[in-house]
Design a binder for this molecule. Structure first.
Ligand code: CA
Length: 406
């Protein structure tokens, strides 16, 4: 923006110059307040000053803090994107490339390599998605505004300690809007609790050291109560007339008791008649795949506090071990799409005159609105969802449906 000399009278200039400072006075006040806490939070005041001197708030994170999705993603869409052929192939390649490290990690922490690699794949797509937001910016903003300031202050100071300790450079510390970072997408306080230096260079680096990241993931699961040698759980069948009030992750009974109640593994292997605690999960209700989950599923749940994510990690680990897809289909006639198919949706939308930006396999707002528009034009329910049915509609509309057996 150009300010013409004619209008640049001194009062106008003064008021314009004072604008940014005035706008951020509340932030500066807040940083001053945080500074007074630095010492008791284990951060040197000089470090604090150096690292906060040029900080400016990024208020876009506050919108994400209060974001209520208007679009509820069905579990089969999550699973189809998180556990697809691409991620299974990538995971197997990573297991080969990092075999020696994984063997050592497995021996030291008692977590099997397929599970560690599955966490890595779901959390950061094997290091491809770290998140691009500078941690200090996001976390200082969330420390000063919004409804969870006291929580985020803890994370902000934990971030300053990571930098002060020399574990990771400030410039490398980018992550999600909430501050999860690196291969394992740990929050800074989780880093403080469980990150380990596994490559022995004296730094716990979850961004530029894959051995540190893999071992830290294993250490997280070990500390979350992982029981070595036990499975996360199994897909099961419930007997006719099963009392559904017995389901739920917190309703634990012994495997022996579940067997007595008629619960059977879907692969036909008898349930071990032991006192091992397990719970029945019906993530899509009675009509979908059903699982009997054990203690290790709770450890996975601790990673992300979402049963969907825990199930994605658990299932990906089974697939990496050579297991197949769930036996019982999801209760839908319009299944979810892999990331390759989502990219095809985006490419088809673009070809049909709806520019949806980067073809990245992430179906965002623009893609959903384009799909809604096409659905309306074609007399379909405008739910904006990119599923199997819509992919076939788009293929037909774009004239690429040849040889599809239609
Ligand atoms: Ca290290």
């Amino acid at each position: 923006m150009i300010l013409k000399p004619a209008v640049a009278c001194s009062t106008l200039v003064a008021s314009l110059l004072s604008l940014p400072a005035a706008a951020d006075a509340s932030f500066e006040r807040c940083i001053g307040e945080l500074r007074s806490e630095a010492q008791t939070r284990g951060v040197n005041v000089d470090t604090f000053d150096v690292l906060t001197r040029t900080l400016e708030p990024d208020r876009s994170v506050l919108g994400l803090l209060d974001y209520q999705p208007e679009f509820r993603t069905p579990i089969w869409d999550y699973l189809a994107g998180l556990v697809d052929d691409e991620r299974i192939a990538d995971g197997r390649a990573m297991m080969e490339q990092w075999a020696a490290t994984l063997q050592k990690v497995e021996a030291q922490y008692g977590i099997d390599r397929e599970m560690i690699v599955a966490v890595w794949g779901v959390e950061s797509n094997f290091g491809r998605n770290f998140g691009k937001r500078p941690l200090l910016t996001s976390l200082s903003t969330l420390s000063c505004y919004g409804r969870r300031q006291s929580f985020f202050r803890g994370e902000f100071f934990a971030t300053l300690r990571i930098i002060e300790n020399g574990d990771v450079d400030a410039a490398r510390l980018t992550g999600s809007w909430a501050g999860a970072f690196g291969h394992t997408q740990f929050m800074p306080s989780t880093f403080a609790r469980v990150a380990v230096d596994f490559d022995g260079d004296g730094r716990r680096d979850l961004i530029d050291s894959i051995p540190d990241a893999l071992a830290s993931t294993a250490n997280f699961l070990a500390k979350a109560g992982w029981v070595s040698g036990q499975p996360w759980g199994h897909e099961v069948m419930l007997p006719a007339g099963f009392d559904l009030s017995l389901a739920g992750r917190h309703n634990k009974r012994s495997l022996a008791e579940w067997a007595r109640l008629g619960v059977q593994r879907i692969d036909g292997v008898p349930l071990e008649p032991s006192s091992t605690a397990a719970a029945v999960l019906l993530p899509a209700g009675e009509g979908g795949p059903t699982f009997l989950v054990q203690r290790n599923f709770d450890a996975l749940y601790a990673y992300n506090t979402a049963e969907t994510y825990a199930l994605a990690i658990a299932h990906l680990s089974d697939r990496l071990r050579g297991g197949g897809p769930f036996v019982k289909p999801w209760p839908t006639d319009d299944p979810g799409l892999s990331r390759a198919e989502r990219r095809e949706v985006q490419a088809l939308l673009t070809r049909l005159g709806y520019p949806v930006g980067e073809i990245d396999g992430l179906i965002g707002k623009t893609s959903r609105e384009a799909i809604q528009d096409i659905q309306r034009t074609n007399g379909l329910e405008p739910d904006g969802r990119a599923g199997r049915y819509m992919l076939n509609v788009l293929r037909r509309l774009a004239g690429t449906a040849q040889g599809e057996g239609s």
